[in-house]
Ligand binder design. Structure first.
Ligand code: HEM
Ligand SMILES: *[C@@H]1O[C@H](CO)[C@@H](O)[C@H](O)[C@H]1NC(C)=O
Ligand SMILES: *[C@@H]1O[C@H](CO)[C@@H](O)[C@H](O)[C@H]1NC(C)=O
Ligand SMILES: *[C@@H]1O[C@H](CO)[C@@H](O)[C@H](O)[C@H]1NC(C)=O
Ligand SMILES: *[C@@H]1O[C@H](CO)[C@@H](O)[C@H](O)[C@H]1NC(C)=O
Ligand SMILES: *[C@@H]1O[C@H](CO)[C@@H](O)[C@H](O)[C@H]1NC(C)=O
Ligand SMILES: *[C@@H]1O[C@H](CO)[C@@H](O)[C@H](O)[C@H]1NC(C)=O
Ligand SMILES: *[C@@H]1O[C@H](CO)[C@@H](O)[C@H](O)[C@H]1NC(C)=O
Ligand SMILES: *[C@@H]1O[C@H](CO)[C@@H](O)[C@H](O)[C@H]1NC(C)=O
Length: 600
């Protein structure tokens, strides 16, 4: 009887005894060879099919010394685990982390009926070792969010090609796979997702020329134009160092002493501050970015994403009720819409200003507290995106997603906006901490195009670490370099010396707020007033309530009076310097203010 027949017979007996013969993890390991005659008892162990085993009996017989044998594929393990992640529970066998089948997920080994546990119980020590480390640091801001995948489709390449060499925008109909994460800002990972807060809106475009992250908010402006203020601002929106409570004094102390925030505050305390879920709101880049062409020419650009679902807000009362009854409302709404095939979509518009136009534009294009507005600078449709695919695993695909304004591609780059410049550093920096130095190797973050450079090693390096390629600029095995795609010479020219304060507040800082206020319906105005009164009224310190009211009064006196009446203070009239009429351009405007904070 040949070995083959013997084994086949044994296998038949074994198969009869064990109905789930194909349900062992190792069965589908790469390198599995039909010619290999498995011993049945061997076959019942996952590792029997592992790559790199001897292939036939003659090899066994002749191998009195080392032979080359099949080459082991170092990635077969990670590939097997990626594949296994997609299997349904009934198709997989319980194993320990090293892949050994284990029979007792509920078992702890103990001596006798009342004895202590055993250190040899590697299963128990392993499951606690893993459980004890399940949490990673949550995002320092935007910790609460939901995400989904989908695609972006370019619809106006004719326009885009005039201003940018971005590959993604170069052809109509070109679809780029995206991952989107929508978030609140101040709350912790488990906080209610209908809180009054701006919403983050981050998009990762997996383009043919690398990943582009556009990290937006559901508002065209922001609270600050000086990045150093961000930490102060965020701390006041989070918890008090002693009470660990959200603190209304802290909140309004900051906002009332940094009045350049006033337009963002108006938007936040209108009903736009409590959108109906994540689908019914628009998103804006806020900052000016730059579109560049290969010849070195460039324009300032802002993107605006208009919800195809339309804008829907909750009133403060509705939002408060929902936060209590379902703190996961927005997360659930997004997931269920996609699950039902009701794919949310956004139309993307671009606004463009040449550097010359920007110089003469009413608002400083590098000031994040100022909008451009579609009525001032035309919004031109350039594409659409849809969310069509829910994550299979939230942690893997949403929590571990790392978006960074510094993930740019040819044709899209930062402007000199100081807040954007700071963000170019902060995101990748925090992700090296939150996810590790190799966070771009995590599947959701990994570019779908080749990565080749001289960055190596580091914790959790799982992508092959660029193999045996030189880890330096070798002359004997040189890496290929693309030609520089744009010219440095025609970049920006800088005027003036270093300026310390970016936050001197002048009359122009109230223009957008007044427009916003005057464009609201009477109902929306009343809601804004009651939203502010309900919140500001809880700040115990009278001078803080007074200062905040004065700023609202400076936007519109009727508004200030209504708020003052609601929170028990009189309206103090403020004066701010006129925005210099003799120097309508902001480009070489020198700011002399010593203090970036308003005290009075
Ligand atoms: C100085 C200003 C800012 C700094 C230093 C800053 C910093 C950060 C940091 C450290 C994170 C956490 C990132 C992570 O853990 O992966 C974050 C998240 C985020 N930020 Fe900012 N931020 C600033 C302003 C802005 C502005 C102006 C916008 C929008 C226009 C914005 C939008 C977002 C979004 C959408 C997220 C969440 C990204 C995600 O879903 O993972 N931030 N920010
Ligand atoms: C692109 O630029 C060309 C040449 O300046 C111009 O004729 C054309 O109208 C522009 N197309 C769009 C869509 O802006
Ligand atoms: C949302 O709130 C804004 C600001 O108050 C308002 O202009 C808009 O009409 C509101 N939309 C809905 C559908 O409530
Ligand atoms: C800016 O406006 C001034 C005054 O209207 C004008 O003289 C100047 O040419 C403009 N500059 C540019 C670059 O358009
Ligand atoms: C890069 O530039 C050099 C010199 O101008 C040229 O000879 C070469 O063909 C360019 N390479 C590519 C890939 O365009
Ligand atoms: C409404 O807002 C627009 C800018 O979006 C502004 O041009 C217009 O003057 C505003 N209307 C009023 C009455 O302020
Ligand atoms: C202030 O707001 C009220 C209420 O909308 C309006 O009637 C009034 O005209 C506004 N004041 C100014 C100076 O725009
Ligand atoms: C403050 O300003 C309002 C509106 O401009 C004015 O009616 C009021 O008299 C002023 N109050 C004082 C004390 O100057
Ligand atoms: C602004 O810059 C221009 C160009 O450098 C210069 O001619 C002009 O004098 C500057 N204006 C002021 C007010 O500094």
């Amino acid at each position: 009887m040949s070995d083959r027949v013997f084994c086949t017979l044994l296998a038949a007996v074994w198969l009869a005894l064990c109905v789930s013969a194909t349900s062992f993890p190792g069965m589908n390991a790469p390198g599995l060879d039909d010619n290999y005659a498995y011993m049945p008892e061997v076959q019942s162990f996952p590792g029997a099919n592992a790559p790199g085993l001897r292939r036939d009996a003659s090899d066994v017989a002749s191998s009195s010394s080392a032979s080359t044998g099949p080459t082991f594929d170092m990635n077969s393990g990670i590939e097997m685990q990626l594949q296994t992640s997609e299997e349904a529970a009934p198709d997989v066998v319980y194993t320990t982390e090293n892949g050994a089948p284990y029979s007792g997920p509920y078992d702890a080994l103990r001596i006798g009926s009342n004895g202590p546990l055993l250190l040899q119980d590697y299963h128990l020590t392993e499951i606690f070792g893993s459980f004890d480390r399940e949490r990673i640091p949550e995002r320092v801001v935007h910790a609460r969010g939901a995400g989904a995948h989908g695609y972006f489709e370019t619809t106006n390449a004719e326009f885009c090609n005039n201003y940018t060499m971005m590959d993604m925008l170069s052809e109509n109909g070109l679809r780029t796979p995206i991952t989107v994460r929508i978030s609140t800002v101040g709350g912790e990972s488990g906080s209610a997702d209908e809180a009054r807060d701006p919403r983050g809106f981050a998009v990762k475009f997996r383009t043919r020329k690398g990943n582009l992250d556009i990290v937006m908010n559901n508002t065209p402006v922001f609270f600050i134009r000086d990045p150093a203020k961000f930490i102060h601002f965020i701390h006041t929106q989070k918890r008090h160092p002693q009470t660990h409570l959200k603190d209304h004094d802290m909140f309004w102390d900051y906002l009332s002493s940094n009045p350049e925030s006033n337009y963002q505050v108006m938007r936040l305390f209108s009903d736009l501050g409590t959108p109906d879920g994540f689908r019914h709101m628009h998103a804006w880049t806020g900052h000016s970015y730059r579109w560049m062409k290969a010849d070195g020419s460039w324009v300032y650009v802002k993107l605006y994403c208009e919800s195809m679902q339309g804008v829907k807000n909750f009133t403060n009362a509705e939002a408060t009720t929902i936060q209590g009854s379902n703190p996961d409302f927005a997360t659930q709404d997004l997931f269920e819409a996609i699950e039902a095939g009701n794919y949310p979509g956004w139309t993307v518009y671009a606004q463009v200003l040449t550097p010359e136009q920007a110089e003469n534009f009413t608002f400083n294009v590098l000031d994040l507290t100022k909008d451009w507005g579609c009525s001032l600078v035309p919004c031109v449709e350039i594409g659409k995106f849809y969310l069509t695919q829910n994550p299979t695993n939230y942690f893997a695909e949403v929590e571990q997603a790392g978006f960074s304004p510094s993930h740019v591609v040819d044709g899209w780059t930062a402007s000199a906006d100081p807040v954007l410049q700071a963000r170019m550093f902060a995101y990748s920096d925090t992700q090296r901490y939150r996810l590790g130095v190799n966070s771009l190797q995590i599947p959701v973050n990994a570019p779908i195009v080749p990565v080749a450079n001289f960055e190596r090693d580091g914790s959790m390096n799982v992508n092959g670490n660029q193999g045996s390629r030189p880890n330096y600029m070798s002359t004997t095995s040189p890496i290929k370099l693309v030609n520089r795609t744009w010219s440095y010479d025609s970049h920006q020219q800088w005027i003036g010396g270093a300026v310390q304060s970016l936050s001197e507040v002048t009359e122009i800082d109230f223009v957008w707020s007044r427009w916003f206020w005057n464009n609201l319906t009477e109902t929306d105005q009343q809601n804004l007033i009651s939203n502010v009164v309900g919140h500001l009224g809880q700040a115990p310190t009278k001078s803080i309530r007074e200062r905040a009211t004065a700023i609202f009064g400076h936007i519109n006196y009727t508004l200030g009076e209504a708020i003052g009446a609601g929170v028990g203070v009189d309206v103090v009239n403020l004066t701010f310097p006129e925005h210099s009429k003799s120097h309508p351009t902001w480009f070489n405007r020198t700011i002399h203010s010593d203090s970036s904070t308003l005290f009075y």
